[in-house]
Design a protein around this ligand. Structure first.
Ligand code: FSO
Ligand code: SF4
Length: 544
């Protein structure tokens, strides 16, 4: 096993004897073999596309879903990965047969066939994993892995859009192109740099698609107060990022006396008209993902994990944790979809049986729901406030939260921003400061929650609209991006921001282990990417 795809990687170098995330050697190896298989599908798929042949939606969906399953904290279930690897083999063989002769030959690796026995598949990771090609140029490996990790992130967004019926052939086509290039030993650093930029642009399209899917189905988020304390009674906590799962749970629990809480990245759901109209969507539970083991310990209710981020469940709540979609933990009840619907009866019955919280906590509320529509419908007022000097600067303090120390930087940064500055935030990193009172600037709360990491598109829309209003480029705006990363969706978003030409991004809490000094230098030279130092230092430089 060798894995360095997330910020939590051991020693800032790589996990080799099991992951800090709870990933076992077996799962890591199976994921490596699966990624190798997907590169093979990419190769044959690209050849088909070159010939003008078409590929079924089912194959696109398989790539997206199985790739998403290898993202950090999504799936830890051996059985599921073995199934994916075997299905990938069938798909690959089918594409190969339909193609017939391939002029120019086939790269080593495209013809890999998984052995019958699971232990032999696991052993094959040695031959196909991240470090299997020891002689390869380190910068090529670095850029190749950057591409693969960003693909995992984009796969998550493509998955969410597809759940709501939205897809874009151009996005899908890029999976074949990029995966195929990642398999080819002749791909150069320059090719890979270009592919990473292309991924950033394609991911922007993918996120736009997801935004259209979410807002088209559930309406545009509106500023909404959310209860962040507990209410008496039976409950289900919905975690992850999937809006459709939440909607189905809300419909199936209507009138049953069960309170529904969002968790982690689901908090922006409270702003969507079609979700918030359900009165039993009562509030948001707990903090960011890395607090879940402590916060779910012995809870008298159920938890549904719809996507990342799942941690190893403690025994005290293992019997009340359910997974769905691509999420998995061994021997944990999983809710499958049948004919486009999920039956949440087991989780509903369990929640009723557990009885819930015995009493109400004293109430506390915060505000969410500042997606691009809500913010930009006030664009005139914002522009006016900037012109009058009431708003001096905008900070986007967003990205993932995480378990390692060093993330207090983001709390401290938010706290130290001057009163005449506006803070936009998104993703789960906001739990470091979203319950603090930042006050108001005129009619606006100083802290505007733009949404999930999945809503980064909204932040870009806001920035480009402001740039248009001020007749300048985004880089000339009084706007600074202070980004925290943890997993691979953040990698895809970072490439999107870079591909849009956005410079001077402050990235932390540490830099990705998979970036070599040379690759990092390219990003610094080309995009003025900056590792974080201290909030005081940054604020001094930014505000002058
Ligand atoms: Fe957080 Fe986890 Fe949304 Fe990530 S929940 S860390 S960027 O997976 O997905 O922000
Ligand atoms: Fe380690 Fe992160 Fe990989 Fe888990 S996902 S094995 S913590 S690098």
């Amino acid at each position: 096993m060798f894995c360095y795809q997330c910020e939590q990687t051991i020693g800032g170098k790589g996990c080799v004897k099991g992951g800090n995330c709870g990933k076992s050697v077996t799962i890591a190896n199976l994921q490596d073999v699966l990624i190798h298989q997907l590169k093979g599908i990419g190769f044959y798929g690209q050849k088909m596309l070159d010939k003008g042949m078409s590929i079924e939606q089912g194959v696109h969906k398989f790539i997206v879903d199985s790739m998403f399953s290898t993202l950090t904290n999504v799936n830890f279930d051996e059985t599921r990965f073995v199934e994916y690897i075997k299905k990938a083999d069938k798909i690959k063989e089918d594409l190969k047969q339909r193609l017939g002769d391939i002029p120019g030959g086939v790269p080593e690796g495209a013809n890999y066939r998984p052995p019958e026995k699971v232990e032999d598949i696991i052993a094959d990771a040695e031959k196909v994993g991240v470090m299997s090609d020891e002689s390869i140029d380190m910068d090529v490996r670095s850029l190749r892995e950057l591409l693969i990790y960003a693909f995992k992130g984009m796969a998550a967004y493509a998955h969410h859009a597809l759940v709501l019926g939205k897809y874009d052939d151009e996005v899908y086509r890029f999976f074949y192109k990029g995966l195929s290039a990642a398999l080819d030993k002749n791909t150069t650093t320059e090719d890979l740099l270009n592919l990473n930029m292309e991924l950033g642009k394609t991911n922007y399209k993918c996120m736009e698609l997801l935004d259209a899917a979410n807002t088209g189905t559930y309406g545009h988020p509106e500023p909404t107060e959310v209860l962040v304390t507990r209410k008496k009674g039976p409950f289900i906590i919905v975690s992850g990022h999937d809006l459709k799962d939440l909607k189905q749970i809300l419909e199936q629990t209507e009138g049953k006396g069960i309170n529904i809480y969002t968790h982690g990245e689901m908090i922006p759901c409270h702003g969507y008209p079609e979700l918030k109209k359900h009165k039993h969507l009562v509030g948001n539970f707990g903090g960011a993902w890395q607090d879940q083991q402590k916060e779910f310990d012995g809870i008298p209710g159920c938890v549904l994990m719809t996507t990342n981020c799942l941690q190893k469940p403690r025994e005290s709540y293992r019997d009340r944790l359910f997974t769905t979609s691509i999420v998995g933990w061994p021997d944990t009840p999983h809710i499958n979809e049948e004919n486009g619907k999920k039956d949440f009866t087991p989780i509903i019955n369990k929640a009723l049986e557990l009885g819930g919280f015995p009493e109400d906590e004293p109430e506390k509320k915060i505000i969410v729901g500042f997606g691009h529509n809500a913010v930009l419908s006030n664009a005139d007022k914002i522009v006016d406030a900037v012109k009058k000097g009431a708003i001096r600067h905008f900070f986007l303090i967003g990205g993932c939260d995480g378990a390692r120390p060093g993330r207090n930087y983001y709390t401290e940064f938010a706290e130290k921003t001057p009163k005449d500055t506006l803070i936009l935030t998104l993703a789960c990193g906001k739990y470091r400061f979203n319950k603090l009172d930042f006050g108001m600037i005129g009619d606006f709360p100083r802290l505007l929650d733009v949404g999930q990491c999945n809503d980064s598109y909204s932040a870009v829309r806001i920035a480009t609209a402001l740039a248009e209003a001020f007749e300048c480029g985004v880089n000339e705006l009084p706007l600074s991006l202070i980004i925290s990363w943890y997993e691979q969706k953040a990698v895809a978003i970072l490439l999107t921001l870079l591909s849009l030409g956005i410079k001077n991004i402050y990235l932390g809490p540490t830099l990705p282990a998979f970036l070599t000094p040379n690759v990092l230098q390219v990003l610094i030279d080309k995009f003025d990417l900056k590792p974080i130092s201290t909030p005081d230092e940054e604020l001094k430089v930014i505000l002058g």
